[in-house]
Design a protein around this ligand. Structure first.
Ligand code: SAM
Length: 229
């Protein structure tokens, strides 16, 4: 059984996908999808040897070598043209790392820009949404959930003909999540409001003030307070 978090990622993968799961660790996600015949094939990429070996063992234990190819390497570098990947999943890492993996992959010609992207940043979802927008990807679905006392957001995006016009609220809160306003969402942003207020207090006390940063944080706090009131 997958964690709730990875189950949402799995549910976002479309039937018949040719999947690249980058930062796969135990390869739980591609193995689950392969076992349930939800995907054509998968590449499980890992940059660290320990997790890479976890993935190799899991795939061999489940006898899935024909469907799931485990590869050691950085980001999308493990992909080849003949993999003809249709969906990329990156889960359980920070937003900025997701952006870096996608950007380096694009520069290296390891993704075409036509793939469906399913991303689960642990922090800084905003950076991911902003990158998606700049890459002309439209967010198709989003989920926020809580598991073992942690909150996770999962974002599914597809290439779009025009660059989507997300405003600051869409980027920060998520275009769907901010409409839905679930209880988990409100809890998250109550917590973020508190953190932001604290940072602002500390900055106000400082002898030398970074005016720009103060203004940015004040503007963000206003958006958050509006969102949760
Ligand atoms: N994706 C799984 C999940 O969501 O449960 C595993 C998440 S685990 C916390 C993050 C994994 O990403 C680690 O195993 C780490 O080695 C791997 N990783 C980090 N940077 C990477 C990169 N540039 N390329 C490939 N894998 C990477």
């Amino acid at each position: 059984n997958l964690s709730k978090r990875l189950q949402v990622v799995a549910d976002y993968v479309e039937k018949g996908a040719r999947l690249a799961d980058i930062g796969s660790d135990h390869a739980y996600l591609p193995c689950y999808l392969a076992q349930n015949k939800q995907i054509d094939c998968a590449v499980a990429g890992e940059v660290v040897e320990g997790p890479f070996l976890n993935a190799v063992n899991e795939v061999s234990r489940l006898d899935l070598e024909e469907t799931v190819s485990v590869r050691l390497g950085n980001g999308l570098q493990v992909l080849n043209d003949y993999d003809a990947i249709t969906t990329i999943t990156i889960a359980g890492v920070g937003g900025p790392l997701i952006v870096r993996i996608l950007e380096e992959g694009r520069q290296l010609g390891k993704r075409t820009g036509q793939e469906t992207l399913i991303l689960q940043p642990n922090v800084n979802e905003r950076a991911v949404r902003e990158y998606l927008m700049n890459e002309s990807y439209a967010i198709e679905a989003e989920t926020i959930l809580e598991e073992n006392g942690k909150r996770y957001e999962i974002i599914k995006a597809k290439p779009s003909a025009d660059k989507p016009a997300y405003d600051e609220k869409d980027l920060l809160f998520g275009p769907f999540l901010r409409q839905e306003k679930s209880s988990v969402f409100k809890e998250k942003w109550k917590g973020e409001a508190g953190k932001t207020r604290y940072v602002l207090e500390q900055m106000e006390k400082a002898e030398r003030k970074n005016k720009e940063k103060l203004e940015e944080l004040n503007a963000r706090l206003k958006l958050i307070e509006e969102m949760i009131k």
